[in-house]
Design a protein. Structure first.
Lengths: 217, 450
């Protein structure tokens, strides 16, 4: 990587924080600040202007959704800031709140447990920094099993494709995963966008809107 | 949501026991078809021998005083022998009364269960001591003398009431058999001013007789209920101190368990879970540095995978102790999370403006929903389930209904009794409607202030 990705990390557990600093450094990121709560996170971001913010959701002082609040605040102020939140457990409302900020790009919602799969975790971070959206597969899995599905118009294959889109995969990655041609995936995505009533537009990422529709369903 | 307001609610039956006062059973529209009348009859029949014996004894003791009263009325002198007998009778009543009344009360408390399932506790102080102390304590206890009073009630009032009832029942019996008598051609007979001699006169009488049966059954229910209420008032722990103490300690225990669960959950989360995640991360890092052809690669990969599996196990364990989402986001969100984990499609409906209940209520409601949904999955053969959370009066109400085959029976260990216990511990109750063929509806009511 030509330029170091400058990261601000917020995690209240010292052991895990140090571990994450190690991982990030190893993969060519510069951790410019590692903090332990929401207010410190906001201050550190204001000071360092990082490329990427990684934050735990449950932190002091309230031990509820401090990190998410901070992430949403940051995204409101700087819609282009790449933010990845780590959640102890899946909460679709959290994911939706985060994706609702900015244009829904450059954000990631991952289960905290994912960090231990170091390589996949780093790939997710790079996707977010590169302008993509990453939603934890577990969120996607749960959404697919909703009893009242407003995405009912979609065929099973289209749901599968939308799920993979929501996880941040490109068309070619999806094609590889599903053992079909990229053209076929493109056709599915087009059909999904049409069925979700997302007309072509210049300034919005329709894939992100589709994911949002998916999450709000 | 449609269906929630359906007629099912009238068929609720208590999953624990019929913990209601007998008079409440009387007010039930289906009282005559329920076990109620049979219970009343059984209670009445078992009353008779006891009341008879006690009555005869009491009347024997009262007779000298009656005689004295009559003499006094006639202006005659009360002579020495009569005075002696009177004093002896009084002494026997005071002296032996408690010795009879105490065991009698014990029998009566037991017999009360025939008609009133609520527990009744003796108001006597528990004693395990020598006979002299026992007598001294018992003779000075208010509870003892209330029991003597109950003995008097049982011996003197109850027989009169039952005698009057017996006469009414006999009259009705006469009404009922009057057509038979008329047909057999016996002489005319009279009911008060009413003379019956022909079949034409007898049939309306028999109809009245039939119509009177429910009235008589209700009357018996009323008498039995009155007697039971008197027994409960005189023989039970009137101040309710014993019972209230039990209820309080149960609530305290539930609170203590809740606090303990919270502590364990926090300790596991802040300690074990955090360290394990960190360890697994280190293993993941180490894997990157070990070449794939190194002899350490395979064992390291295995260690990493096992650590990851352990993370899942620990997360599930912590979740079962106390879901974090419950503490962080409240009951509605936790219930939604619960439904996503269920293999069945489940909808969650939360009444608007529902206030956040106390933590122990949230825990209990969550546990109830979780247990009920698990039951639906295991036993109901349902294709879907619905959860409703609402406030009704001073109750937090949780309903779980499914479209399964019904027939859930708390008597057959479907986890319902354990659930009922946990609900009862916070002063709530569990109701169940599960006709064969379904659907099943479970309703949990938790008092907002417990």
């Amino acid at each position: 990587m030509a330029e170091l990705i400058r990261v601000v990390l917020a995690e209240d557990g010292v052991l895990l924080r140090e571990g994450l600093v190690g991982v990030l450094s190893r993969f060519g990121c510069a951790v410019v600040a590692a903090v332990g709560d929401g207010p410190e996170l906001l201050a550190a971001v204001a000071e360092h202007r990082p490329d990427l913010v990684i934050t735990d959701i449950r932190m002091p002082p309230t031990f509820t959704d401090e990190g998410l609040q901070a992430a949403v605040t940051l995204r409101r102020e700087q819609p282009g800031l790449a933010v990845v939140v780590l959640s102890q457990y899946v909460q679709e409302e959290y994911a939706a709140a985060l994706l609702d900020t900015g244009d829904g790009r450059r954000v990631g919602y991952l289960l905290k447990d994912r960090v231990v799969d170091v390589q996949e975790f780093m790939t997710s971070l790079q996707t977010v920094v590169g302008g993509g959206t990453v939603v934890d597969p577990e969120v996607v899995r749960r959404l697919l099993r909703r009893p009242k599905d407003p995405l009912a118009a979609l065929s099973p294959r289209e749901r599968e494709v939308l799920g993979l889109v929501a996880e941040g995969h490109s068309n070619s990655a999806i094609a590889a995963k599903l053992f079909v041609t990229e053209a076929a995936v493109g056709k599915h995505v087009g059909s999904i966008l049409a069925k979700l009533d997302l007309p072509p537009a210049e300034d919005t990422n329709r894939r992100v809107l589709a994911v949002l529709a998916y999450l709000r369903a | 949501m449609d269906g929630w307001e359906g007629p099912l609610r009238t068929h609720y039956r208590d999953a624990v026991s019929t913990n209601e006062a007998p008079w409440q059973a009387l007010r039930n529209r289906h009282y005559l078809l329920s076990a109620g009348p049979w219970r009343a009859i059984l209670y009445g029949l078992t009353t008779l021998p006891l009341a008879g014996v006690v009555g005869v004894g009491l009347v024997t003791l009262i007779l000298p005083w009656l005689a004295a009263g009559l003499r006094f009325n006639d202006g005659r002198v009360i002579d020495g022998p009569l005075l002696f007998v009177m004093v002896t009778a009084l002494a026997m009543f005071a002296g032996l009364g408690p010795l009879v009344a105490i065991p009698l009360a014990a029998v009566e408390r037991g017999r009360l269960a025939l008609i009133d399932q609520r527990p009744v506790q003796s108001a006597h102080r528990p004693l395990r001591t020598d006979p002299i102390t026992w007598l001294r304590v018992r003779y000075t206890e208010a509870a003892t003398w209330r029991e003597v009073l109950y003995g008097a009630f049982l011996g003197l009032v109850v027989p009169v009431v039952y005698a009057v009832y017996g006469i009414l029942a006999l009259i009705d019996f006469g009404f009922l058999v009057s057509p038979l008598l008329a047909a057999s051609g016996t002489d005319s007979w009279q009911f008060g001013a009413f003379t019956v001699s022909t079949l034409g006169q007898a049939v309306p009488l028999a109809i009245v007789g039939v119509l009177l049966i429910p009235v008589l059954l209700y009357l018996l229910g009323l008498i039995a209920t009155g007697q039971a209420a008197t027994a409960r008032a005189l023989l039970g722990d009137r101040d309710g101190t014993a019972l209230r103490a039990v209820a309080q300690s149960r609530a305290r225990l539930a609170d203590a368990f809740e606090a303990e669960r919270r502590r364990i959950e926090r300790d596991l989360h802040d300690g074990a879970q955090h360290r394990l995640t960190s360890l697994t991360l280190q293993l993941g890092m180490a894997r990157l540095d070990v070449p794939a052809d190194s002899p350490a690669a395979a064992p390291l990969a295995q260690a990493h995978d096992e650590a990851k599996e352990l993370m899942v196990v620990l997360r599930e364990l912590i979740h079962d102790i106390r879901p974090q989402s419950l503490a962080d986001l409240g009951l509605p969100a936790a219930l939604r999370e619960l439904t996503v984990r269920s293999p069945l499609p489940v909808t969650v409906t939360v009444a608007e403006g529902l206030q956040r209940p106390a933590p122990h209520l949230e825990s209990t409601a969550y546990f109830a929903a979780s247990e009920a949904l698990a039951n639906v999955v295991k036993h109901a053969a349902a294709s879907r389930a619905d959860l409703l959370l609402a406030q009704a009066g001073d109750m937090l109400v949780l309903e779980v209904r499914d479209d399964g085959r019904g027939g859930a029976d708390p008597a057959h260990g479907t986890g319902l009794t354990g659930l009922a216990d946990r609900v009862a511990a916070v002063g709530g109750r569990l109701l169940l409607a599960s006709p064969a063929g379904g659907p099943t509806l479970i309703r949990v009511e938790l008092p907002w202030q417990s």
